[in-house]
Design a protein around this ligand. Structure first.
Ligand code: URA
Length: 229
């Protein structure tokens, strides 16, 4: 991780304060002064401030049931950031592993472990995400086959990867995708001439939102975390 991030993870300092500390020349990495906030460091490097070794806090892994009209960014932009809902120390230093739109509800995974979130969002990992989708028009019989083959999204050079469609009723479906392109689910239904009127993420990998009430969060269990380590 970046050196400024490591300092935040092991002290009470904010990112700005950590950068200021670095500029002052009091931070050493393996015995050498470093002023480079972007320097990549690991937990096993010896990082000191004025001679005192720093020990990074354990990474945190959280699930949140995202309400409507909140955003996944760390700053408020038109809607409040969902980080306001998480009452843990330095909540805003964490990030969301796979953002949802402001008008989408459901499962959001939040962490300060960049490698872990990479395993969820990297297209190469093909992690399954399950969405419950409410549609404007009745779902057509051939939709499942179209999604299985892949559909052409506007502005993309290749078809979507195979996706699974389970029809719950005429206007409600479960869609499982392994990609996370911008507005992917809405664009997939637009590509087959329908329109998403409600969207809710239920599952990421084997991690299920289950009965967690909207607006609430909990720490993931060790077993849940292990899937993406
Ligand atoms: N696909 C979308 O269109 N929106 C989301 O929020 C998530 C997936």
């Amino acid at each position: 991780m970046r050196l400024d991030k490591f300092i935040c993870k092991s002290t009470e300092l904010t990112r700005t304060e950590a950068k200021r500390l670095l500029k002052s020349g009091s931070v050493c990495v393996n015995g050498e002064i470093s002023k480079n906030a972007a320097m990549q460091v690991h937990e096993n490097n010896d990082i000191t401030v004025e001679g005192q070794s720093l020990v990074a806090r354990e990474s945190r892994y959280i699930m949140l049931h995202k309400p409507l009209d909140t955003i996944c960014s760390n700053v408020d932009e038109g809607y409040p950031s969902l980080f306001h809902l998480i009452d843990v120390d330095k909540a805003f230093d964490m990030h969301v592993a796979g953002r949802l739109d402001a008008d989408t509800t459901g499962l959001v995974l939040i962490t300060d472990d960049g490698r872990w979130s990479h395993n969820i969002i990297s297209p190469k990992k093909q992690c399954e995400k399950v969405y419950r989708v409410w549609l404007r028009d009745e779902v057509r019989a051939d939709s499942a086959e179209k999604f299985k083959v892949g559909v052409q999204l506007q502005g993309e050079s290749s078809l979507t990867l195979p996706a699974k469609l389970n029809i719950i009723n005429e206007k409600e479906v479960l869609l499982t995708i392994t990609e996370g392109k911008y507005h992917q689910v809405k664009r997939m239904f637009a590509a087959i001439g329908n329109k998403v009127v409600g969207l809710h993420r239920e599952q990421i990998g084997h991690i299920k939102l289950a009965e967690l009430p909207m607006g609430e969060w909990r720490y993931l269990t060790a077993e849940e975390v292990s899937e993406f380590l």
